[in-house]
Structures are given as C-alpha cells and as structure tokens.
Design a protein around this ligand. Structure first.
Ligand SMILES: *Cc1c(COP(=O)(O)O)cnc(C)c1O
Length: 476
C-alpha cells in the first residue's frame, strides 16, 4: 500500500505526459490521413502481425505509452477498411465530418452518463431538442419522440419490442405474424427472433421488378393469416434498401397496416437521411405514415460510430415498453425532462447525440443537404460512365446513392457470368484502389457501388470504371 501511495505522487506528472501524447496523437492522425485518396482503401492484417498482437501479453509492470501507441498506430488501426475513403463503395460507407470526430472526442473527455436527466441535464436538454427537430424533419407531430441508440440494428430491435408490446397481448405472441420483404436488412430477422417471432411466422411480401413491396400481396397475406387464426401485428418496409437503395411504397403500405391495425415500421437506417437532402426529400415524404422510423447517423449523416435514432409517432409507446414508472404516462408536460432509460433499452451510455448536434449546428442545413444530394448525384454520374460501355448491364439503376451493375454477355451461362463478376470484385478489392463488393439481385451476382462520400470525385469514378474494364480484359 505504501508503495501505491508513493506512486500516487507521480500522478500529476503522468497526467501531463498523457495529455502531451493526446496532443501528439491528433497531429499524427491528421498527418497520416492527408491524401487519403492516394492510400489503399483496405489493409488486412498479415499472419505475422496477427501473431505478434495476439501475443502481446499484459505485463505486471505495464508498458510505456510510446511503445503502446506505436503498436496501436502501426499494427492495429493500420489494418482496416477505411470506410470514409473516397473510393470505398462497399457496404454503406461512413464518410465522417471532422466536426463529428471533435464532438465525439469532447464527449469522451467529459464522459457524461447520458442515461438520464439528473446525471447530465445539459446533454439531455440538447438530445431532447435534437430528437424533436429530427421528428419534425420526418413530418411527425408533437406526440412524437425517440431515442438515440448505437446503430440501426438496435433501433430496429427497439422498434420491434415496441410494436409487439403495443399491438399484441403477451399470451398471444405465439400467434403473432410479421411481414417484411426479401430486401429487408438481416438485422430485422435478428430483432424478430429476439422478440419471440421465429422464421415460420415471418412472411416475405412479394416484390415487383423494381424490388419494391407489392402492397396487394401484403394485404392478401394478412387476410390469409387472419383466416388461419394467427395475429398479424407488424409490417416493416425499407426506405433505402442496403442492397439497392430501393424505397418501398410507404403510403400504400401504411394504408394496409392501418386497415388491419398493424404497427408500421420503416427501416430508414440508410435512406432516412434523404429527409435532410435538398433535391431528394420528396422520395421519403411519406415516411411519417410509419409508427416508427430507424435512422442511422453514422451512415449518411456523416457521424463517427456509433450514432443512430429510433423515432416514434407516439412517445407513449416507448414509455409503455421501457418505463417501469407508470407516472410518466400521465406526465406529458415534462417530456423534455424524461430520462432516456424510460424510452429505451440502455442505462449508462454516452451522449451520442452531441456530435450529431454539433455537426448539424456547425454545417447548417444547406451544406448538409448539398452533401447528401451529392451522393445521389455521384451514383447517377457512375451510371452515365458505365453506360458508355456495352458490356456493362445496369441491374438496378442509380437510386438513393446505390447502383448495381454487372458484366453481361448473352452467350455466357448464368454461372459463368456470376463467376466473372465475382472475379472482378476480387481483383479491384485486391488492387487496393477501390472497394467494390458483389451482391445478389434476383440470383445474379452484381457489382454494387454505394457512393455517399462527399469527397468522391469524377476522376475517382472514371478511374474505377476504367480499372474494372482493364480487369475485365484480363478475366476474359
Ligand atoms: C446498415 C443497416 C442496418 C443496420 O444498421 P447498423 O447501424 O449497422 O446496426 C439496418 N437496416 C438497414 C437498411 C441498413 O442499411
């Protein structure tokens, strides 16, 4: 113990040292990320580094910060997919605004517990105001509310729980049926399993040639299930599917949900950001017909992980599911003081809304709108470039900043075509120049590009397609 008390005297000195490392780190980070477009989009850890890192044991006497920082910089974070790289077109890219990074950092320093009002009234005030503003943007009225969560998966889960608790009695869950499309994100299936809906009570609504839900088929399936004594209680549509950027016919689905008294959830993890666009807002203007909306800020609102929202039309539905404190139900006046633990699953958590608030306040709505519109425009530009070559076939047109295309030749079998397109993806990924992955659309392997980065240039697109053309010659 005595030794410990003596060592404590050095604490001040250690704080100063750590502080200097922090300052140095920021410089190092920005030095490394200058000219991002000249760097490979992805580095995968090699076997040697993997073993080295795995074998870095925790020592009794610890290790010095310079040693650890060099390990972290050179060997850990160097091996990653740079999701904000201007030529990362895979998954949903994460083009981060530096001001979000700053907001995240500040929040980490203050480290408030954003679970409730008393523990962090300042951030609670901002987060309530932010949620209200986002609800307004979605076209919700004053009964609406929401919760800031770690991601789209968490938002979808929170929505599924709320839908179940609102629409179905606990002893009837074994009869509950949910309707989704085959384009729904896999986090939806996971959420449904968690709330007690197994695969045999998940119905896949047919989609049309554009991969959109066919409302009549939804209606038919609901009627069938009711006739069989089951209890349909939830339909989930997507605003901006991960595969192809497709937006389901939201209004028509809402009418059917309403007719059969189903909860209507819209997974807008990717596409809800169009609400803040300039020229593409109309694509999602019926999003307010949903009972709940998932919206990721770490996808197309330029935030660092993790930051997403679940918005609900009726605040009382969240309280019903997540508050043990029935008084809140009567106490609508104090909406802005509600503890977040009464609106969602988590207790202790960071104030994830602060960086988003900082970004929106700093950039302003005009610049945000331009940045989102630019992503849609870049996908359209990509389509134009692709269309200059006869061998490329557009599988799903540029929409919501996603485009799917493939090499096609009428004399080749489906199997060979799939193999060729897979090879093209492998080759461009291995080159490090750009990241383009494949997906399946109606069984066909396609090259999928998601172009949300505001930093992507025409030249990035031209060169990427040109490289694909070169690889195609090699493969053929
Ligand atoms: C990415 C995505 C999700 C999952 O979001 P996370 O933030 O990764 O948990 C859910 N739905 C859709 C449509 C998505 O694109």
């Amino acid at each position: 113990m005595l030794q410990y008390f003596m060592a404590r005297n050095n604490m001040e000195e250690n704080v100063m040292k750590t502080k200097n490392y922090m300052k140095q780190f920021i410089d190092t980070y920005y030095d490394r990320h200058q000219n991002l477009d000249k760097q490979p989009v992805i580095e995968l850890i090699n076997d040697q580094t993997f073993n080295e890192l795995s074998d870095t044991v925790i020592l009794e006497e610890g290790r010095s910060l310079p040693e650890l920082l060099s390990i972290i910089e050179e060997k850990v974070y160097a091996n990653r997919l740079i999701l904000e790289h201007p030529r990362n077109f895979a998954f949903i890219p994460a083009p981060v605004e530096d001001v979000s990074r700053l907001g995240d950092m500040i929040n980490t320093f203050y480290n408030p517990n954003a679970c409730g009002w008393y523990a962090s009234s300042g951030t609670a005030c901002i987060e309530h105001a932010l949620i209200n503003w986002l609800c307004e943007q979605a076209g919700y009225t004053k009964n609406a509310s929401g919760i800031i969560v770690s991601g789209g998966s968490m938002a979808n889960l929170t929505a599924a729980i709320t839908a179940r608790d609102t629409k179905i009695q606990p002893d009837q869950i074994a009869k509950g049926v949910v309707y989704i499309s085959n384009q729904a994100h896999h986090s939806i299936n996971k959420s449904l399993h968690i709330i007690g809906i197994p695969d045999d009570r998940i119905r896949y609504i047919n989609t049309d040639d554009n991969l959109k839900i066919i409302p009549d088929d939804l209606d038919k399936k609901i009627i069938n299930d009711k006739r069989d004594g089951l209890i349909p209680f939830l339909v989930i549509a997507t605003a901006g599917s991960t595969n192809a950027g497709v937006i389901d016919p939201l209004h028509e689905i809402a009418l059917i949900a309403d007719k059969h008294d189903l909860w209507f959830h819209i997974d807008g993890a990717f596409g809800a950001s169009l609400l803040l666009s300039g020229e593409h807002k109309h694509l999602v203007n019926r999003i307010n017909s949903a009972d709940s909306i998932t919206w990721d800020a770490h996808k197309w609102l330029f935030q660092t992980y993790s930051c997403a929202m679940l918005l609900v039309k009726n605040r009382s539905t969240l309280l019903h599911s997540f508050s043990d404190n029935a008084e809140y139900l009567a106490d609508a006046q104090k909406a802005d003081h509600t503890d977040f633990w009464d609106l969602g699953i988590e207790l202790s958590h960071p104030a994830r809304g602060m960086k988003l608030w900082l970004t929106l306040q700093n950039l302003g709505t005009k610049q945000i709108a331009q940045k989102i519109d630019f992503g849609v425009y870049t996908a359209e530009y990509t389509q134009q470039v692709i269309c200059n070559f006869n061998h490329w076939q557009i599988v799903t047109p540029a929409q919501t900043a996603i485009i799917n295309f493939r090499y096609y030749h009428k004399d080749l079998s489906a199997e060979i075509l799939n193999d060729i397109n897979s090879l093209l993806s492998e080759k461009i990924v291995a080159s490090g120049y750009a990241q383009i992955m494949t997906t399946k659309i109606n069984g066909a392997t396609t090259l999928r590009m998601c172009t949300t980065s505001p930093k992507t240039t025409h030249q990035d697109i031209d060169q990427t397609i040109s490289k694909l053309n070169d690889f195609l010659n090699e493969v053929l």
